[in-house]
Design a protein around this ligand. Structure first.
Ligand code: UDP
Ligand code: MG
Length: 139
């Protein structure tokens, strides 16, 4: 059964470019409610743990170095059909292929520095949310 929550991170390119507020506004305007949010930075080890599913991919080293190189904003978001609707809102991984008007089309710099993360399944949304937040931190 689909749950109504997803997990996102604003990546270091987005926080570094001063796009945090604009991107969060897009999410709210699209109907997502913020359940939890924190501005923080990952160590390299933490980035490797978060992206462990990609450990064998050729871009793993670059991705984890990038993701631990600056501030990120972690958020749990709520909406009907959250995972799928959020992936539609952010657009394709490669910003060159992202549909016009999507967050990645408008804010991403490159395939690695692509502004935002979005969970790909309800199961991963729960795992990724729990990586950052305890039940106590959800409102
Ligand atoms: N990534 C990359 N090079 C690639 C594919 C992915 O640097 O060729 C990075 C990119 O930041 C992406 C993340 O790895 O967001 C996770 O990849 P995934 O395929 O899960 O894409 P997503 O689910 O983020 O669209
Ligand atoms: Mg993914």
């Amino acid at each position: 059964m689909a749950t109504n929550r997803t997990f996102t991170m604003l990546k270091p390119d987005a926080t570094g470019a001063g796009n945090t507020g604009k991107i969060i506004d897009r999410m709210i305007e699209a109907g997502f409610t913020i359940k939890a949010m924190k501005w923080t930075q990952l160590s390299l080890k933490e980035a490797q743990a978060f992206y462990a599913v990609h450990a064998e991919r050729p871009f793993f080293g670059e991705l984890t170095a990038y993701m631990s190189g600056g501030p990120i904003v972690a958020m749990i978001l709520e909406k009907d059909n959250a995972v799928e609707d959020f992936r539609t809102l952010i657009g394709s991984t490669n910003p060159q292929e992202a549909a016009p008007g999507t967050i990645r089309a408008d804010f991403a710099e490159s395939i690695a520095a692509n502004a935002v993360h979005g969970s790909d399944s309800d199961e991963n949304a729960a795992i990724e949310g729990a990586f950052y937040f305890s039940e106590r931190e959800l409102a």
